[in-house]
Ligand binder design. Structure first.
Ligand code: NAD
Length: 459
């Protein structure tokens, strides 16, 4: 089938490439010429494991192409996906639908008669209906269907998630649209992936309900972590103990510095606005958002306490800046709260992230970037793990001790065992676990190398 995908960011690019892999003929459109020229050369514009190969294979097979020319791309397409951003609207937290409506208007003008326009962007309930009105106004002589197909992929495992989803959700009441979407997802249907057909309104609510529920699980376990710290319990064991119950499940029960990323923060806020307008306040979602916001703000205080109550004039090494591992996405990352708060308290930050430093540089202009984790720690008064990249899971603890001025290790992702860290001589602070007194260990110290990205302010 000929498919156009409008918006070639994290979702549009992965969806477009995966649908080409299914065997469809896909053209991805983006207004950003730099994105289009890089992708046309087979060069990924985002960091996502496995994307290089997928892109190159499908471009080579002539099933996947990229353009800035929307008119040509949609003219022949039977299905046109909208995958543009829906960021938080400044001031009220509602989803900003400016890009969605702009794209829909252009698509309606240029689409062929009988095409199906499908929202893959996360949009508030009622958007499909508004799009239907818009399309009828812009192209009154064409028969164009509007459907909703929310996306559930996770950055960092996006290709796997798109190719092997738990389910596909389709909102439509049109038989033609249903057949088109069935055909697009036929390879998944053959693998017995559940495909849930519902009304557009229901599909739109499913997406927000799913994200709000997952965010609630995270805020819940984070509050349990706070309780565990006060009463001498271990939240890791609590998470395991409840997660083994199949009614609860073990996913999204990892305590940490609070959720971030391009979806949960903005989607929970948008859902709250929608619910307010409908006169149905969602108290659980509201509490989830509040718990998360204060949690992110409190993380810096936890680090300052671990450093003896002050970080003024001290160097703090930060490992991991992206909102989670295996992505270069910095949107709403906890690092964006933690780092400025430490700087405000007088700390100098030296950071290392395996792929996120380029995106982090303009957002955190006052920090110095290091070439590797150990260089970041050189002469630092503490090391803080914000993102649980695999390469931070097996640090050489003797080398870490040698680099640090003081043996303070703050692990906001609980990737080390408290007993091992105490035995290695660290004052080890983690989340929701009892703190053990460090064992006395002698350590010699060594030099640092700095990354070319280091900011002028850091020189
Ligand atoms: P993104 O910001 O990475 O990408 C959006 C792209 O759309 C940009 O490249 C932009 O240049 C392009 N664009 C904007 N207007 C355009 C237009 N009129 N024509 C063509 N291109 C245009 O966004 P994203 O993270 O891919 O998210 C897209 C949507 O998918 C959002 O609604 C988001 O909530 C949802 N979503 C995201 C994820 C995720 O993990 N990122 C997961 C599920 C759903």
């Amino acid at each position: 089938m000929r498919i156009a995908v409008v918006g070639t960011g994290y979702v549009g690019l992965v969806s477009g490439a995966c649908m080409a892999e299914f065997g469809h003929q896909v053209t991805c459109v983006d207004t950003n010429p730099d994105i289009v020229s890089r992708l046309s050369r087979g060069e990924p514009t985002i960091y996502e494991p496995g994307l290089d190969d997928l892109l190159q294979r499908n471009i080579k097979a002539n099933r996947l192409s990229f353009t800035t020319e929307l008119a040509g791309a949609v003219a022949e397409a039977q299905a046109v996906f909208i995958a543009v951003g829906t960021p938080s609207r400044r001031g009220d937290g509602h989803a900003d639908l400016t890009y969605v409506f702009a794209a829909a208007r252009d698509i309606a003008l240029h689409a062929r008669n009988g095409a199906v326009i499908i929202t893959k962007s996360t949009v508030p309930v009622g958007t499909a209906s508004r799009l239907r009105d818009l399309v009828a106004e812009v192209a009154p002589l064409k028969k164009l269907e509007v459907a909703s197909n929310p996306e559930f992929l996770r950055e960092g495992s996006a290709i796997q998630d798109f190719m092997h989803p738990d389910r596909v959700v389709v909102g439509t009441t049109s038989e033609e649209a249903r057949q088109v979407l069935k055909e697009i997802y036929r390879p998944l249907h053959l693998r017995e992936t559940p495909i849930l057909f519902a009304s557009c309104e229901t599909a739109e609510v499913i997406k927000y309900a799913a994200n709000a529920f997952l965010a609630t699980k995270i805020s819940f376990i984070n509050e349990m972590a706070d309780l565990c710290e006060k009463v001498g319990a271990d939240v890791q064991d609590v998470a395991k103990g409840i997660g083994l119950d199949k009614r609860i499940g073990d996913k999204f029960l990892h305590p940490g510095p609070g959720y971030g990323g391009s979806c949960f923060p903005k989607d929970t806020l948008a859902l709250l606005r929608t619910a307010e307008e409908a006169g149905v306040p969602l108290r659980l979602v509201s509490a989830t958002v509040e718990v998360n916001t204060t949690r992110k703000q409190n993380m810096a205080r936890r680090i300052i306490e671990a450093c003896g109550g002050s970080v003024a004039g001290k160097t703090i090494a930060v490992l991991g800046l992206t909102f989670k591992p295996n992505t270069d996405d910095m949107r709403d990352s906890p690092a964006l709260d933690i780092v400025p708060a430490l700087q405000k308290a007088g700390a100098f930050i030296r950071a290392y992230d395996p792929v996120g430093m380029e995106h982090a540089a303009p957002l955190l202009p006052e920090i110095q970037f290091a070439e590797d984790p150990y260089s970041a720690m050189k002469d630092a008064s503490a090391v803080v793990i914000i993102t649980e990249w695999n390469e931070f899971r097996a640090l050489d603890l003797t080398h870490v001790r040698r680099q640090l001025k003081e043996p303070v290790f703050v692990d906001l992702r609980n990737i080390y065992r408290s007993a091992d860290m105490a035995a290695a001589g660290f004052r080890y602070v983690s989340i929701g676990r009892p703190q053990l007194p460090p064992v006395e260990v002698e350590a010699e110290r060594t030099p640092a190398s700095v990354h070319p990205l280091k900011s002028a302010a850091a020189e």
